[in-house]
Design a protein around this ligand. Structure first.
Ligand SMILES: *Cc1c(COP(=O)(O)O)cnc(C)c1O
Length: 395
């Protein structure tokens, strides 16, 4: 038997604040009634602040994967070419989905230890003189590696090449954790999900839609029904949905938006930056490398840690779960069993960060993995020296 609270330190789903859970536990309401209408109008409007957009955001009762598909089928036609960047496992899954849908994908490789290779991207766009690429798709925060891509720079690369492709960005593990700007960065479709920075359970996903993407959706030829923006936007205008929405998750979303507004997005980002830096200091002290090898590209929402050769990351995670009742993220794709991932996103405090690192350090001790003790102290020293914003306590 395990006592105490489970430490859910995977990079999504994340810990849900009690106030959000309480809102979700309220009675189910009529999704065609006035109470729902008021709720929907409120969250559809305020969500835009989180995406930093004045344009519409649609909400699907689906995991993030659904919003990936929605972005593709609403804007492209079968046989269209798109340029994608292999930042890691999630970029690979999005690329596979596009290929399965009959979209012709070109995939710019990376070593999975950095963000998108901007020079390669720009060079490829420059040689596409006939503008065959209809879209460029990039994962902002690659959750399998803990590397961030510079989306403002991707926009500039498109502009310098004078390329008209739509820009589609996956922000599933960065929205409301790492600075992101749909409008300022000229993004056409932003894809997001509920269970990471937004501090909700899984089950909602989002598309923020530019005018250019909306125009593309009126001319494209992909068959779609459930994901169709047209019907969704028409119903949303009146505060309703074309089919039954996740009413209770939307009640939770309202409270999550309240919490984010109360803390302020800048403070939210600073809190994530600080937790990430503390975590990296512990990792360095232990003597390990992070998967991300470019300091400027390291994620503020998770840290992927490489174990020395010959040590199983999955056996280590199992030991941590059994001894400390804590879940850490696994290595994905080619990083399987070589890497574990520490989530520091959503709702957390200094004590949840240091508690997490304590669980990792105790796990190293029992797993026979060589490490230098004192990583938790290094993290504490950093947090103490950088008081930072007063983090909201975890439940
Ligand atoms: C979690 C995640 C996904 C997958 O979302 P699901 O909700 O599991 O469908 C996609 N992309 C990124 C970057 C993610 O972090």
């Amino acid at each position: 038997m395990q006592t105490g609270r489970h430490f859910l330190q995977i990079p999504g789903p994340t810990n849900t604040p009690l106030a959000v859970l309480a809102a979700i536990a309220r009675p189910v309401i009529d999704h065609r009634g006035p109470e729902f209408q008021k709720l929907a109008k409120d969250v559809l409007q305020r969500l835009r602040l989180v995406f930093r957009t004045r344009q519409p955001v649609v909400i699907y009762p689906a995991s993030g994967t659904g919003a990936w598909e929605a972005a593709l089928v609403n804007t492209l036609s079968p046989g269209d070419r798109v340029l994608m960047v292999e930042t890691g496992w999630f970029a690979t899954l999005w690329q596979r989905m596009a290929a399965r849908l009959g979209i012709v994908t070109e995939f710019i490789p990376t070593d999975w230890r950095q963000g998108a290779d901007l020079a390669a991207l720009e060079a490829r766009l420059a040689t596409d003189a006939r503008h065959e690429f209809k879209a460029v798709c990039v994962v902002h925060n690659e959750t399998s590696t803990g590397c961030v891509s510079d989306i403002a720079a991707v926009r500039k690369a498109l502009d310098r090449a004078g390329h008209p492709a739509l820009l589609m960005i996956d922000t599933i593990s960065s929205l409301a954790s790492i600075d992101y700007r749909h409008d300022d960065w000229g993004v056409d479709v932003t894809v997001a999900g509920s269970q990471k920075g937004l501090m909700l359970p899984p089950g909602l996903s989002f598309n923020a839609i530019s005018d250019k993407a909306l125009a593309a959706s009126k001319a494209n030829r992909f068959p779609r029904s459930f994901w169709d923006w047209g019907e969704m936007l028409a119903a949303n205008k009146k505060g309703f949905f074309p089919y039954t929405p996740s009413t209770n998750l939307l009640q939770g979303l309202k409270v999550a938006l309240d919490l984010l507004e109360e803390e302020g997005l800048e403070q939210v980002f600073a809190r994530h930056d600080r937790a990430a830096e503390a975590t990296r200091r512990a990792v360095r002290h232990w003597g390990f490398e992070t998967v991300c090898r470019l300091p400027g590209a390291c994620s503020s929402s998770l840290t992927a840690v490489m174990l020395p050769d010959g040590h199983s990351a999955d056996a280590f995670r199992k030991a941590v779960l059994e001894r400390s009742n804590m879940s850490l993220g696994n290595g994905l794709g080619k990083l399987a069993d070589k890497v574990f991932r520490i989530g520091h996103l959503g709702d957390f405090s200094d004590l949840s960060v240091t508690g997490t690192l304590t669980g990792v350090e105790m796990g190293l001790a029992v797993s026979g993995i060589p490490y230098r003790p004192g990583g938790v102290q290094a993290a504490m020293d950093y947090l103490q020296g950088n008081a930072g914003p007063n983090a909201r306590a975890a439940p």
